[in-house]
Design a protein around this ligand. Sequence first.
Ligand code: SAM
Length: 249
Amino acid sequence: AGALYVVATPIGNVADISLRALHILDIADAIAAEDTRNSQQLLVRLGLDRRRDWIACHQHNEREAAQRVLDRLAAGQRVAYVSDAGTPGISDPGAKLVAAARAAGHRVIPLPGPSAVATALSAAGFETTAFHFAGFLPTSREARLKAIRAVAALDASLVFYEAPHRIGDSLGALAEALGGERRIVVARELTKLHEQFFAGTLAEARDWLAADANHSRGEFVLVVEAAAPDAGDHADLDRVLKPLLAALP
Ligand code: SAM
């Protein structure tokens, strides 16, 4: 019977592909991909370069692409779904496709593998009994601050994804909303040649970023330590005190 295989792919180092992913990508009747050209290149690098059927399935056509996948599943085919990098569905398309396959009664089989959120958390050194994955912060300043404040007091490590052009704004907003003393680990270019971690306070992270233009390059995961038990009070106090102090002569 047909099945939809949700296949995680490397987030940088191509050797992080799993043996199981190699096998399924090799035997799949069709591969649905967020960006078919990008995934075709990956398959060539993995030595799986035979001709095969590709289905473009991205944010803007996920519903109609899902129908094409469903037709193949109904015909008993095995379809693999890959996103650009990492685990499909994690800050990536895939949810609609998976829901459609489930609703039609098909098997959905996940192949676990790299994801930037788990990779960063594993090397952050913060308590991860609970963590809150917030994905990308909103672009507007106000919405960004609001989103951070909404999770500020959670008893959980906070994880954010960020792109190079917004890393400065996000670190600034985190320091503003959480206070400069909260600790952060910035994970840059995970599994890649220029992999780098910065660990320190949010205030120090802003200095680190400003110290070298290279620090703003690449892809980022920001892991912020959970609030101290009474941190909510401090954050409030900070908000009240700051304008008062600024107003002093
Ligand atoms: N599906 C992917 C996953 O499982 O992690 C995430 C896709 S999302 C569109 C891309 C974002 O993930 C990047 O902007 C960055 O925040 C994070 N990311 C992906 N690869 C990364 C890497 N090698 N190093 C650091 N962050 C990475």
